[in-house]
Design a protein around this ligand. Structure first.
Ligand code: MLT
Length: 408
């Protein structure tokens, strides 16, 4: 008899964004006359930057001729991309990360979901609440939690991010071996400064823990005093893995390219306390289970690191930040407390009511899709998240509709 992985039965029936997509599709069936404006899932709407498109075309042409065709590439990514990433994203900011420590992949979602499998099943996990659901669900699937009751899984150390702590969790009092952090934060849009990030790095060093630092939204940071990488903090190379993505940065949600940084000095321990380089484990995992990102996509990604590409990518993020400023200003004017929307494409709004109810109200009365905060965890109840990923015209229209619906 074939048995299932029973840990899957502990999961909620569907993934948050699939659930929202179903609700929106059902609404559209009954209201075909409404043009719904989507400010829910953080999916980019602007075209790929011209430098990226040109490199993409050129690489496809290379694939079209026997003399320049490429088959399997290195699982960890082509050196031309890994070198550009290490030079521009890290060394230029004083973070000591080499090309060899970069693992190119097809998404930060996959990497943040897959990384947990190289750690033991009894690893004690600390996860923010609210949180990007992938961190939690993948640990549920791996059997690191008990049952789901009262909005929480047994066995997880929840790091509460609330208005009281400025949406930056305190260090846990319970022991934790693997700590998930995300800044600029999804979903709250909160950012962390160097001093507070250093506290986490120092804590991880004391505990011999590892921080999984999701920096998928660093391209939206405009305040130069904020760290863009955890490796800007002294001592982080021994205790942190960082995830980055070109999805929101360079418009790659449909094109797929991201990377994970595993420093060679990062160690984890076996049952005898012997240290093992995590780099070796992740390299072994990727070469066994992953065949790399396609050559044209890596060429397209590398173009985002040329001077021309860098300027275009920054302009793209600036456009979304301009949308974020409009959303934040309008929702504040309507009397809602907002976090994020500055140095972040997400605006976290205290709706002062049940968050799925607020989601339904905005969908049915304004034809605008947001994300209910409760979908990100118990601490998200009462909040909604509005994403800035759309055109300025749609964001302005959405805000006008929301203003009319909420003041009616
Ligand atoms: C989000 O809306 O939270 C993100 O788009 C999800 C993702 O990047 O997978």
């Amino acid at each position: 008899m074939i048995c299932i992985n029973a840990h899957y039965l502990k999961l909620k029936a569907s993934y948050l964004f699939s659930d929202i997509a179903k609700r929106v599709a059902a609404f559209q069936t009954t209201h075909p006359e409404t043009t719904v404006i989507k400010l829910g899932i953080g999916d980019v709407t602007r075209a790929l930057p011209p430098a990226v498109v040109n490199a993409f075309h050129a690489a496809v042409d290379e694939m079209a001729a026997d003399a320049t065709f490429r088959g399997y590439g290195p699982e960890q990514g082509y050196p031309f991309l890994r070198e550009a990433i290490s030079r521009i994203d890290f060394q230029a900011r004083g973070a000591d990360i080499s090309a060899e420590e970069i693992f190119v992949s097809d998404g930060a979602k996959c990497d943040t979901g897959n990384i947990q499998e190289i750690f033991s099943t009894d690893t004690r996990i600390a996860i923010p609440d609210p949180v990007y659901p992938v961190y939690l669900d993948t640990n549920v699937m791996a059997g690191r939690t008990g049952a789901y009751t009262g909005g929480r899984y047994a066995g997880i150390v929840y790091l509460e991010s609330t208005a009281a702590n400025g949406f930056i969790p305190e260090l846990p009092t319970d022991p934790a071996d693997l700590i998930y952090l995300c800044f600029p934060n999804n979903p709250t849009g909160a950012t962390i400064d160097r001093d507070r990030l250093k506290k986490w790095v120092d804590f991880a060093r004391e505990q011999r823990a590892i921080i999984l630092f999701d920096a998928a939204y660093e391209a939206f940071i405009r305040d130069d005093s904020l760290p863009r990488s955890i490796y800007e903090i002294p001592g982080a190379r021994e205790v942190a893995i960082e995830f980055r993505s070109l999805s929101k940065t360079a418009g790659f949600t449909g094109t797929r390219c991201a990377y994970t940084v595993v420093p060679k000095s990062l160690m984890a321990f076996d049952g005898d306390g012997t240290a093992h380089p995590v780099w070796n484990l992740w390299s072994r995992r990727q070469s066994t289970k992953f065949n790399g990102v396609s050559y044209p996509v890596q060429r397209a990604a590398a173009a985002a690191y040329t001077p021309e590409g860098q300027a275009q990518v920054r302009a793209l993020a600036d456009d979304y930040l301009a949308n974020a400023a409009v959303i934040r200003r309008e929702m504040t004017a309507l009397g809602y407390a907002c976090t994020g929307g500055e140095n972040s494409p997400y605006i976290w709004i205290d709706g002062k009511k049940d968050s799925w109810g607020f989601f339904d109200e905005l969908l049915t009365r304004a034809g605008v899709v947001c994300t209910p905060g409760a979908g990100f965890g118990a601490c998200g109840e009462g909040y909604i998240r509005i994403s800035a990923f759309n055109s300025m015209a749609n964001v302005t229209a959405a805000m006008q509709r929301i203003r009319e619906a909420l003041s009616a």
